[in-house]
Design a protein around this ligand. Structure first.
Ligand code: PRP
Length: 225
């Protein structure tokens, strides 16, 4: 059996496709029941231990070495800028980080006073508006961000958009795209040296599946008959 590695997976929307990807990559035992409350899952047949972690905590576990590897959205990495190695874009959980506003509200440059922006991503938001030369007042929230402009708490929000249904349902419209996001495999820098063989094997198996998935999605070349 190979040396043990600990992998922190993001719970929530990313968990089912992440587990499916690991199974396709040959880690067949990767299963979690819907009502499973365990936070540590042991897969001795693969030499893996899996931690089920809040997405925003995954970089912390990996940076501090409590996990050797992790799966987390690029949105979280942009916000936290952890000192980790980021070798694979899993092309799962694709979404965008946007500035959004109530439908019909004036564009940003025509507002005279400082904009109030509600977000779960204060660092990304501050960087974006600073680059625009536009000082803003940040309001940090932890969820249901779309509510803030509806009740006068904020003029704008910065949040993730996947299908666009939440914006539409709350009569909000996208104003600017700040960045695209997808799930990334991240690695603790010291672990990569200390557990090199096992970690490079995980990386290459996952990369292979991602490449396979991409080529299956691409339209076949050749003449149509
Ligand atoms: C996320 C995000 C948006 C929504 C976007 O929220 O913050 O609210 O999904 O998805 P859509 O474009 O497909 O509608 P999440 O469901 O994670 O809950 P939260 O608002 O409590 O963070």
């Amino acid at each position: 059996m190979s040396e043990g590695v600990t992998i922190a997976l993001s719970k929530g929307k990313l968990l089912p496709p992440t587990l499916a990807l690991f199974r396709q990559a040959g880690y067949s035992a990767y299963h979690v029941q819907d009502n499973d409350r365990r936070l540590i899952l042991e897969y001795p047949e693969h030499g893996h231990r899996v931690l089920i972690v809040r997405p925003s905590d995954v970089p912390v576990y990996v940076e501090y070495g409590a996990a050797d590897l992790g799966i987390v959205g690029k949105d979280v990495l942009l916000e936290q800028s952890p000192d980790v190695y980021e070798p694979v874009d899993l092309r799962l959980g694709i979404c965008k980080l946007v500035v959004a506003k109530p439908n019909g509200q004036v564009p940003m440059q025509r507002l005279s006073s400082k904009l109030r922006v509600a977000t779960k991503y204060p660092n990304v938001t501050e960087r974006f508006f600073t680059q625009q030369g536009m000082p803003v007042e940040l309001i940090k929230l932890y969820g249901s961000i779309e509510l803030a402009p509806l009740v006068g708490l904020a003029d704008r929000i910065v949040d993730l958009v996947e299908t666009g249904k939440t914006l539409k349902a709350n009569n909000l419209v996208e104003e600017e795209v700040i960045a695209w996001s997808s799930a990334r495999l991240i690695v603790n820098r010291a672990s990569l040296k200390m557990k090199h063989a096992t970690i490079t094997e995980v990386i290459s198996r996952i990369k292979e599946q991602v490449t396979k998935g991409q080529s299956e999605k691409r339209p076949k070349k050749g003449r149509q008959r």
